[in-house]
Design a protein around this ligand. Structure first.
Ligand SMILES: Cc1cc2nc3c(=O)[nH]c(=O)nc-3n(C[C@H](O)[C@H](O)[C@H](O)COP(=O)(O)OP(=O)(O)OC[C@H]3O[C@@H](n4cnc5c(N)ncnc54)[C@H](O)[C@@H]3O)c2cc1C
Ligand code: FES
Ligand code: FES
Length: 1330
């Protein structure tokens, strides 16, 4: 049988990969360090044993099994993370990698192995391969790693999960898709009939920036036993889950892998470290004794690397092969769990025994909030505690709940075992010792406990504050006299763990008395003194308020329902988030299919299989090198000296380039843009600016080289870090555009019955494209081949040519597809393009330049941040008379991507006013130059006018919904820019939507809810939209060629496929006009050869303009073909028609240059309209909130592909929600460096951040007379309505403030993160009562 064949490959048989390259630029063999890890002292190139061939036997105990193939890893550094090993050593690039922090999920693989304590049972789980070390597989008996490549293949047969993901439109750029598929398979392999809730819960660690999650969740929920019939799925077939990766057939075959009976425990003694694999506790003690000096690392999940990076140990002991450490027993006193038990298993056991103690469920629920499923699947509770032991500031959830519940830890070494409380354990000398087990006591009848975690996001987040409370009452006969109270916190300060004074205060008190509560709160208020040591932490006042609020929640939960006032009962329970749902309502016209047909994205099936290649997936060429930017750590200084000696002599180093080495122009922004240096030539403008380019034989070596570059600075001046600083210091750029004055706003305001002034802010946003900035250049006989992840090839081509001193014709630039972009790769992609081009050009070797997440977040600017100041005059009914807005927009260190003066077309949104003064001010700060980000300019501009209308309404004590309605434009009105609105439908849309979703009824229900509940509040807001689309600066060359031999068609266009579905829409248009099936058409990668001088892919117009170009090409061809067609019998097949035309010597290629009239610059082609209603719910005590409902009505014209457009709308809206409610960029106040440059502190929306009920309707019967084939754009406009979520939350905050008589106007700036929201609720513990 084929799958019985034992195939062993040794890694040295593989072609040279980025990890294996061991020569320097002179071709000299280097003494290599072991790959990947920075603690590499010894050096061993991979052995090249001549006798190792396919079919030979690998060293026993050193075999790992991946997709049914065994590999010998005896010469691989066991610490090498699995993801790069799979991608570059086994060439399995379907597994992606981005964050290397175990927090984005794109690197997930399936891991199967024998259950160490239940013979015959197999464990199957998802694991994030970016942290999991290769060597850790060796202790797992009969293990197998299954990557996306083995799930199935596009060419052969798609796996049902992959097919459904694509069918349900769950893959846009596709970078995240393999991770979602793997995660779902892991769930199904363990539970063939999951519930929708279980499906929704499982994706807590998978980030998708494109889709807005809904279509992914729908696809996966279609496998659930209780799924909504509208999802039309079916349960998974058991056969689909028994896939043999070798044959793609159902198959149970497994190879024998894992530890060798009686084998040596020391598996590796090279690479500058020792790696042990004990099989018994005794052996573990032996190893610890043998290595008394070092603090050894015990490897269980090895996930702590995701939290504390770059911490390596000389002695690594993989403890997973010790069966004793997996034991779990439920005894009369409680649950005893040994230290190899993972968080997932611990959760399962706690749930299993939840009938034994009510606390077990609470503990399980809390543990579920640690990290995400893939981390929980391998991470141990003991490792978590050890993090707390090493790093007192670590916000350990395990510590809090174990300490609160009175757990006992047993610590052992050869000399015996001791038992400690978690608190005592922190002071134990752990050298040479092991955490053996924890005993989690059952709650006694007279005891109660609960635990709480408040975090910036509902999933995958570390806490602001976690707390665990336990109480013992004096008797069990219903008395509420406290005998003992335990209050444990994390997130307050390094040393504040127990609120001891409050615990003491509570002893002997009756908790049914308000005085007890007040006394305890007052004591707690005094003893909780949060530290203020890092801008990354939420403000001390908030953390203190949480400490009090969480205690209050627990206190009330101890009382009988009848003892707590009905309104205060709302404090007790957390927000309930049901499974999310949503409707997508659209129409399509079958008569004109494939136009308007909601077909899945053409490549989505391949994407779901991981078979789509992104730049970093391409197997490195022979002698390919890797380059990494070294960034400045300070801003506003001059480089005094850069010492690159150590870096250039570093193993694996090839060269370090400095500004002086650049042969052409040192700018990645070609003229007429202002110079932005590729490498600083002296003055450093911001912390994060590239100052050197390190080139090495692998990405890893290049990154190491960065660390050993020594830089000194002079003329250091305090950087301008904040917008306020810039305003205060008049640090402004001259503006390319002027302000706008219409009428006499000052006069109109002064003569108005009412006028107000205000200020509001909107922060920056990191694009969070899953594929970080990357480019790959190869010198060829024909110039430089550039594979760029760029949204603007023409500009990148010019930049590369300029930097290398080459004519543009010698730069052959291509973009096949991008793994997300959202504007970040319009101009900023030039930086990596120039980096890789320079190195390739100068070294005459292929060079890749890829930014790791931290470099990307530090070196590249974000969405522009703003301060808006306004003055408004208005009438009694809220109608506007005059508006003056000053837009202080932070451009950072360069004004190249300035947006402040070019988006005044959005300043009015949908509101009419006769008098406007719009004043743009571009701030110059010492931050990376900010850049385009999905809906640039429009999103902030619409937010400020919405804020103004809300402010006006509050001032007049009117409902903002009505005030907005009064101000809406009518057909034929003129905008401040002087354009009329010929097809303006906003008034109709607004009233229709209000009625349709019963806003009046809902407002009444909310009013009642808010009156009934003191500590939970709801709010509803409405935001309308007028979005103007102009087509100027959209230049694209489109070419359609028909092959005479078979009638198939190739299309090239000037846009770049960034996940927005441009290729699919273009193919649909082409098929429609030529009258042929879509599958006859192939859309080829975008190149400067096929589409030179193309404009950027952005502003939502690229799709429609390239559709226009292709439509025109097809019409030219159709007309050209028609004389021959007329001579053929009706119904002649397309293939024959084409052949006949070719025979008639006809040119079967047509080109069209889309170039809208340059004189119409800024003149709107058409307007999009929409209305969104959102409802939010808020926990006043914590600031946690959720969007319960979003109903959007959007005018998309006659959509070319409604499924793609809905995908764009949802993705844009959720990205917008992230901006307004979650994502905050935090800068070092002293240096301006981005501090939260990673997933630990920067949180994009996850799958449970989306609206719980998310309904989208595309306006029916709304052909756009001014659009391409009657369509309208969808990529950006809907995002501008996402501020409705912030306003809905604001309404809820207002309701909370009403209760304390403080319902006056306050601005709510974005992002309104959980802590900011709670701060605005003005919670005072003195208002807490029973
Ligand atoms: C993305 C992400 C999010 C996270 N979010 C949270 C969060 O919200 N809250 C939270 O509390 N934590 C969080 N964590 C931390 C996580 O819980 C820990 O990384 C994990 O529990 C560590 O377990 P491990 O088995 O992987 O430990 P390892 O990484 O294998 O080991 C960690 C340390 O523990 C030591 N060790 C392990 N086992 C033993 C033992 N039996 N005896 C003595 N020493 C031992 C090791 O020597 C090592 O020093 C997060 C981690 C990640 C990656
Ligand atoms: S790369 Fe592994 S989780 Fe992000
Ligand atoms: S499709 Fe999910 S990140 Fe692009």
């Amino acid at each position: 049988m084929e799958c019985l064949m034992l195939v062993i490959l040794t890694l040295q048989l593989l072609p040279q990969s980025q990890l294996l390259s061991v020569t320097n630029s002179e071709g000299k063999m280097l003494k290599t360090q072991p790959v990947l890890l920075s603690e590499m002292k010894a050096a061993t190139p991979l052995r090249r044993k001549k006798d190792k061939r396919k079919g030979s036997i690998a060293k026993p105990g050193y075999q790992i099994q991946v997709n049914g193939v065994l590999y010998d890893v005896s010469d691989t550094d066991p610490r090498t993370p699995l993801a790069p090993f799979l991608r570059f050593m086994l060439f399995l690039p379907g597994t992606k990698a981005m964050c290397f922090e175990s927090a984005c999920g794109c690197c997930a693989v399936l891991l199967e192995y024998d259950d160490p304590i239940n013979p015959g049972k197999k464990i199957v789980k998802s694991v994030n391969s970016c942290l999991y070390p290769v060597g850790a597989l060796l202790s797992l008996k009969n293990h197998q790693v299954i990557t996306i490549e083995a799930v199935s293949s596009f060419k052969e047969s798609l796996h049902t999960v992959q097919k459904r993901l694509a069918d349900y439109h769950g893959s846009q750029c596709g970078f995240c898709s393999p991770g979602f598929v793997i995660q779902m398979l892991a769930l199904l392999k363990n539970n063939q009939t999951p519930s929708v809730q279980e499906v929704e819960d499982v994706f807590d660690g998978n980030v998708c920036r494109c889709t807005g999650y809904r279509p992914i969740l729908d696809a996966m929920k279609s496998f659930a036993k209780d799924s909504d019939p509208s999802l039309q799925g079916s349960l998974i077939d058991i056969e689909d889950l028994k896939i043999c990766p070798m044959t793609n057939q159902p198959c149970d075959q497994k190879f024998t892998t894992g530890p060798v009976e009686g084998g040596n425990t020391l598996l590796y003694a090279k690479f500058g470290m020792k790696w042990y694999q004990p099989r018994t506790l005794e052996q573990l003690y032996d190893i610890l004794e043998e290595n008394p000096k070092e603090l050894a690392k015990l490897i269980n999940g090895d996930t702590s690397k995701g939290v504390y990076k770059g911490v390596y140990f000389d002695v690594n002991i993989d403890v997973k092969g010790i069966p004793e450490l997996y034991e779990v027993t439920m005894g009369p006193d409680g649950l005893k769990v040994f230290s190899n038990v993972t968080l997932t298993s611990l959760i399962d056991y706690l749930k299993l025994y939840s009938d034994q103690s009510p606390s077990y469920n609470a503990l399980a629920e809390h543990l579920l909030k640690i990290a995400n499923k893939s981390v929980q699947n391998i991470a141990g509770w003991a490792g978590n505690l050890m993090l707390k032991w090493y790093h007192r500031e670590f916000i350990s959830d395990v510590f809090v709940i174990f300490e609160a519940v009175g757990a006992k830890l047993t610590i052992g070494n050869r000399n015996g075992r001791e038992t400690y409380t978690p608190l005592e354990f922190l002071s134990v000398k752990m050298e040479g010792k092991v955490i053996l087990c924890v005993e989690i006591p059952k709650l006694k009848e007279n005891e109660a406990m609960n635990c709480y975690k408040v975090m910036p996001q509902t999933q995958n987040s570390q806490p602001y504050v976690s707390a665990g409370f336990w109480v013992q009452f004096k008797t069990s006969s219903g008395s509420k006299l406290v005998k003992s109270f335990s209050m444990v916190y994390t997130g307050i300060s390094d040393n504040f763990m127990h609120a001891s004074k409050t615990e003491e205060f509570l002893k002997g008190r009756d908790i049914t008395c308000n005085e007890t509560l007040q006394g305890a709160l007052a004591t707690l208020d005094k003893e909780v003194i949060p530290d203020d040591v890092s801008p990354l932490f939420a403000k001390p006042e908030y953390r203190k308020s949480l400490a009090l609020g969480l205690f209050y929640k627990f206190f009330l939960s101890l009382l009988d329902e009848s003892q707590v006032s009905p309104r205060n009962q709302s404090a007790i329970c957390p927000l309930k988030r049901p499974v999310s749902t949503g409707k997508q309502i659209f129409s399509s016209r079958e008569a004109i299919y494939p136009l308007t047909q909601p077909i899945p994205k053409l490549n989505s099936y391949k994407q779901a299989c991981g078979e789509i290649e992104y730049i970093n997936d391409i197997y490195p060429l022979s002698k390919e090198l890797f380059s990494v930017f070294c960034l400045s750590k300070v801003g506003n200084a001059t480089i005094d000296n850069i010492d690159i000696t150590r870096a250039e002599n570093w193993n694996g180093a090839v060269k370090v380039f400095l500004a002086k080495d650049i042969p052409g122009a040192n700018t990645f922004m070609p003229p007429p843009f202002q110079v932005e240096e590729i490498l600083s030539s002296g003055r450093v403008l911001y912390a994060g600016q590239p100052i050197a380019l390190c080139v090495g034989v692998s990405q890893h070596y290049a990154l190491e080289m960065v660390d050993v570059i020594d830089v000194t600075y002079k003329d250091q001046e305090p950087p301008i870090v904040t917008l306020d600083d810039a305003i205060e210091k008049n640090s402004f750029y001259p503006l390319p555009g002027k302000g706008l004055i219409v009428g006499d706003p000052a006069d109109a305001i002064s003569k108005s019955p009412h006028h107000i002034e205000g200020e509001v802010r909107a922060g920056e946003q990191y694009h969070f494209h899953m594929e970080t900035q990357v480019c790959r250049c190869t010198p060829t006989e024909d110039g430089l081949d550039v594979q760029a992840a760029s949204q603007w090839l023409d500009l990148a081509q010019q930049a590369v040519a300029g930097a290398c001193g080459l004519p543009v014709k010698d730069v052959n630039i291509t973009a096949k597809r991008l793994g997300g972009a959202y504007g970040a790769k319009v101009t900023r992609a030039n930086l990596v393009a120039c980096g890789s081009a320079l190195a390739a050009h100068l070294l005459k070797r292929p060079v890749q330049c890829m930014m790791d997440l931290a470099t990307n977040m530090k070196a590249v600017g974000k969405r522009h941040g703003y301060i808006f100041k306004y003055k408004v005059g208005f009438n009694d009914d809220g109608t506007l008379n005059g508006v003056i807005i000053t837009y202080y927009c932070d451009n950072g260190s360069s004004p190249n991507d300035d947006e402040v003066s070019t988006y005044f077309g959005f300043s009015d949104n949908a509101y009419k006013c006769k008098n406007w003064h719009l004043i743009p001010i571009a701030l110059k700060t010492n931050r990376a130059a900010h850049t385009w980000c999905r809906s640039p300019g429009s999103k902030p501009n619409i937010f400020v006018i919405e804020t103004i209308l809300e402010h006006v309404a509050k001032f007049l004590s009117l409902d903002p919904i009505n005030v907005k309605q009064k101000n809406l434009y009518a057909q034929g009105d003129i905008t401040p820019l002087g354009f009329d609105l010929p097809y303006c439908s906003i008034r109709d849309l607004y009233s229709t939507q209000l009625k349709k979703v019963d806003v009046t009824g809902r407002l009444q229900a909310i009013k009642k809810f808010n009156a009934d509940n003191r500590w939970k509040k709801k709010g509803l807001a409405v935001v309308p939209l007028k979005y103007c689309l102009d087509w100027t600066e959209g230049f694209y060359l489109c070419t359609v060629s028909i092959f005479a031999s078979d009638g198939s068609v190739i299309v090239t266009h000037g846009g770049v496929e960034i996940g927005q579905g441009i290729n699919t829409k273009v193919a649909q248009v082409c098929a429609y006009v030529l009258g042929i099936p879509v599958d006859l058409i192939s859309i080829k990668p975008t190149t400067a050869i096929s589409s030179p001088n193309a404009g950027t892919t952005g502003r939502s117009i690229t799709c429609e303009l390239n559709c226009l170009g292709v439509k025109n090409c097809c019409e030219i061809l159709k007309e050209r073909l028609s004389p021959v067609k007329a001579t053929l019998p009706p119904g002649t097949p397309w293939k024959d028609l084409v052949a006949a035309c070719f025979k008639a010597k006809m040119n079967l290629t047509a080109q069209y240059w889309v170039s809208p009239d340059p004189n119409s610059k800024g003149v709107p082609q058409y307007y999009s309209y929409g209305v969104t209603v959102a409802e939010a719910e808020l926990d006043v005590l914590t600031g946690e909130n959720q969007i319960n409902l979003v109903d959007m009505l959007f005018d998309c014209g006659e959509s070319i592909n409604p499924a793609i457009d809905i995908g764009q709308i949802e993705g844009a809206f959720v990205m917008g929600m992230g901006y307004w409610l979650m994502e905050k960029v935090i800068y070092d106040p002293d240096t301006g460096e981005v501090l939260n440059a990673g997933t630990w502190d920067y949180k994009p929306p996850f799958s449970k951040s989306i609206p719980i009920n998310f309904n989208i309707e595309l306006l029916k019967n709304a052909p756009n007379p001014m659009g391409v084939l009657r369509s309208k754009a969808s990529g950006e406009p809907p995002q501008c309505m996402s501020c409705v979520t912030l306003f809905a939350v604001k309404r809820a905050i207002e309701a909370a403030r009403q209760d304390i008589g403080k319902d006056f106007y306050f601005p709510l700036s974005g992002p309104a993160t959980v802590n900011e929201i709670q701060a605005n609720c003005l919670v005072d513990y003195k208002d807490f009562s029973i």
